[in-house]
Design a protein around this ligand. Structure first.
Ligand SMILES: Cc1ncc(COP(=O)(O)O)c(C=O)c1O
Length: 451
């Protein structure tokens, strides 16, 4: 069946559960730590900003968690998403490799992010919350949460990283259209934002700063909770619908992947596609799982595995993860969703224990790959997703060199229709690769908390 280009599942084949890998881990996951007491975090510590149902999912021992009916009803608007075989890209690369991609850009917000925003909005509504506050880097997560809040009748406040706010005005407008209020971060609406602005009035912002603002907003208002678009276990859990659908679709293609690839910001689309395959790997499947990040923000490839804060103002619990230091502000690359100093503790744990591989690329090589993809497969990828495509092309070229067939599966996490300014800059030679920001990272690493 691999001569087909598209593998589409009927609505009834949307998985009715999310796959939880926590009970299957060989070594226990390092627990989050309370920043004040330095003791393991208790569920009650998270209650001021998250509903209990999500806190339970964060630590759940259940291997499968049922997807609630109202969430399924909304998933059905665009799920199952299509799996494609990239015949035209394969031909252009003259590779014996078979390249498959799971396209998450068919969601209304244009990426994988609604898989969790819808679930999070649902559980918060159930818990009687009136408003959600969040951060957004690329604008994809903010759009996804704005949409989900609208569908469940919640208000939504988004702190959007300043550089993306300036680069991508249409993302802000999309959030406004779905009823959200949007502030450029650092903003003067929070103590955390004001503190950054006092020191760096021209700060381009970072996800670490925007998270501080959103967490502070939620902590100060009893009717408001915080929603995170990546990093935490429950977010990766909701994203496993991606990999679970892929497994059914690869069965339709009568093939199995040799390598599964995703770009990596906080780890949610990567976790979403690879975690169901990690469960296969535990049973002896030799499948490789490859995370791809920007070399300007090389958390997995150059960071340390240590307890650190998820945000600049040190409001979040301490998470054991690969980190570049919580006050590292990454260079203003155009893949705004990959500008995060930390990484999902679950993905970090799996990398540390040798289950995953990680690789980094500069943005110029990624835009080159994105254009090759757009000019063969027709879809214009999000700059974040282009990192996965760079690695896919390199894997396919390696297969050509070795003269060996291999099946490559990757997550095309979103489209780039709101990123045309970045494509324009690239096409006009205005983009640069950034040197590895060694000094800034060293300074930030020196400020890691002592645990
Ligand atoms: C299209 C797209 N892909 C990937 C990412 C990276 O996030 P994550 O690592 O959580 O998937 C983002 C983040 O905003 C995004 O917008």
């Amino acid at each position: 069946m691999s001569h087909l280009s598209k593998f589409v599942l009927p609505d009834a084949e949307i998985p009715n559960y999310w796959a939880n890998v926590l009970p299957s881990l060989k070594e226990p996951l390092e627990m989050p730590i309370h920043p004040g007491t330095k003791q393991p975090l208790s569920p009650a510590d998270l209650a001021p900003i998250f509903p209990m149902s999500l806190i339970e999912q964060e630590f759940s021992p259940e291997p499968e968690i049922d997807i609630p009916g109202p969430v399924m009803d909304i998933y059905r608007l665009w799920r199952p998403t299509p799996l494609y075989r990239a015949h035209r890209l394969e031909a252009a690369l003259q590779t014996p490799a078979h390249i498959y991609y799971k396209y998450e850009g068919t969601s209304p917000a244009g990426s994988h992010k609604p898989n969790t925003s819808v679930a999070q909005a649902y559980y918060n509504k159930e818990a009687g919350i009136r408003r959600l506050a969040t951060e957004t880097g690329a604008g994809q997560w903010g759009s996804a949460l704005a949409l989900a809040c609208q569908l469940f009748g919640l208000e939504c406040t988004v702190y959007m990283v300043r550089i993306s706010y300036d680069q991508k005005p249409y993302r802000r407008m999309m959030m406004n259209a779905w009823g959200a209020e949007v502030f450029a971060s650092p903003s003067d609406h929070t103590d955390s934002g004001r503190a950054v602005l006092a020191q760096h009035p021209d700060s381009p912002g970072s996800l670490g700063i925007a998270i501080s603002e959103a967490v502070e907003d939620a902590a100060k208002h009893s009717d408001t909770n915080y929603a995170l678009g990546s990093v935490l276990n429950h977010v990766l859990l909701h994203q496993t619908v991606i990999g679970l659908e892929c497994q059914k679709q690869m069965a339709l293609a009568e093939e199995k992947p040799d390598v599964v690839i995703g770009c990596f910001g906080g780890g949610s689309n990567f976790g979403g596609i690879v975690l169901p395959y990690f469960l296969q790997k535990l049973k002896g499947d030799p499948v490789r799982l490859l995370a791809v990040e920007p070399s300007a923000c090389p958390t997995l490839t150059k960071g340390v595995f240590a307890y650190d804060f998820g945000d600049i103002a040190k409001l979040t619990p301490l998470l054991k993860m690969y980190t570049l230091g919580h006050d590292f502000v990454p260079p203003g690359i155009h893949a705004g969703g990959l500008r995060y100093h930390g990484a999902s503790p679950l993905a970090s744990h799996l990398l540390k224990h040798g289950w995953l591989e990680a690789r980094s690329y500069g943005q110029l090589g990624c835009f080159e790959a994105a254009l090759q993809f757009a000019r063969t497969e027709a879809i214009l990828p999000a700059p974040e997703s282009s990192h996965a495509i760079r690695a896919v092309i390199d894997e396919a070229l390696a297969a050509r060199e070795e003269g060996k067939q291999r099946n490559i599966l990757f997550c095309l996490s979103g489209h780039g229709h709101f990123d045309l300014g970045s494509y324009d800059a690239y096409l006009n030679g205005k983009l640069q690769d950034y040197e590895y920001p060694a000094e800034a990272i060293a300074a930030s690493m020196a400020a890691l908390p002592k645990v």
